[in-house]
Design a binder for this molecule. Structure first.
Ligand SMILES: CCCCCCCC/C=C\CCCCCCCC(=O)SCCNC(=O)CCNC(=O)[C@H](O)C(C)(C)COP(=O)(O)OP(=O)(O)OC[C@H]1O[C@@H](n2cnc3c(N)ncnc32)[C@H](O)[C@@H]1OP(=O)(O)O
Length: 161
């Protein structure tokens, strides 16, 4: 959420990897999704902006998909970071994940005037490949579910000019 005080794992990505439209802290026009642990689950809370409209009063599905996407990569980063003995903010840069697949199910129209809460369960397939199951709630209503396969960024993943 823009202007939110609490930090997320995304605040500890290296500068060069902080321009993601969904979660990059250095992308001035992005969503700034921030993902944290809540017990053994992960949580991202986001208040949609007025322009994120499908029909008046309801959130555009692409924004919900973006939330599930970055919640997924952030959750995978949290999980592998913890497995490696680290927590966000301890001075070690988190692992870098890229989305290999994104599946979204829109279950109910999603109201635009309340914060959305993405809750994730992280499953390790192998150390370089993680699956994140996400539920998106508006108040107590489950509006969407999704699944992300997140893969550790290949070493040679660099921008080609
Ligand atoms: C231009 C992208 C920039 C991304 C930024 C990364 C930096 C991260 C750092 C900080 C985070 C900040 C940003 C967060 C990111 C937000 C989320 C996004 O929007 S990411 C953008 C959308 N995604 C892509 O553009 C991926 C494009 N695809 C690829 O680059 C490759 O296909 C990749 C890396 C996913 C894997 O390909 P291989 O050729 O390196 O390796 P193979 O061996 O084929 O795959 C590795 C494992 O992944 C599985 N896999 C690949 N594709 C899959 C799929 N579609 N579904 C399920 N599994 C898949 C494979 O089965 C394999 O698993 P097995 O070892 O066999 O168990």
């Amino acid at each position: 959420m823009k202007g939110q005080v609490q930090k997320g794992i995304q605040d500890y990505y290296a500068d060069d990897f902080s321009y993601c439209y969904g979660c990059g802290r250095l992308n001035a026009k992005g969503h700034h999704f921030k993902t944290n642990w809540d017990g053994d689950r992960t949580v991202t809370i986001y208040q949609p902006e007025p322009e994120h409209t499908a029909i008046p009063g309801f959130v555009y599905g692409g924004v919900i998909a973006s939330l599930i996407d970055c919640h997924g990569t952030g959750s995978a980063a949290l999980a592998l970071h913890r497995k490696n003995g680290h927590e966000p903010g301890d001075g070690t840069e988190p692992p870098r994940f890229v989305t290999a697949s994104l599946n979204v199910n829109f279950l109910k129209p999603t109201p635009q005037d309340v914060p959305l809460k993405a809750v994730g369960t992280v499953e390790e397939i192998h150390p370089k490949k993680w699956k994140v199951h996400t539920e998106v709630y508006a108040n107590d209503t489950l509006c969407a579910t999704g699944e992300v396969v997140a893969v550790v960024m290949p070493e040679n993943f660099v921008k080609k000019d």
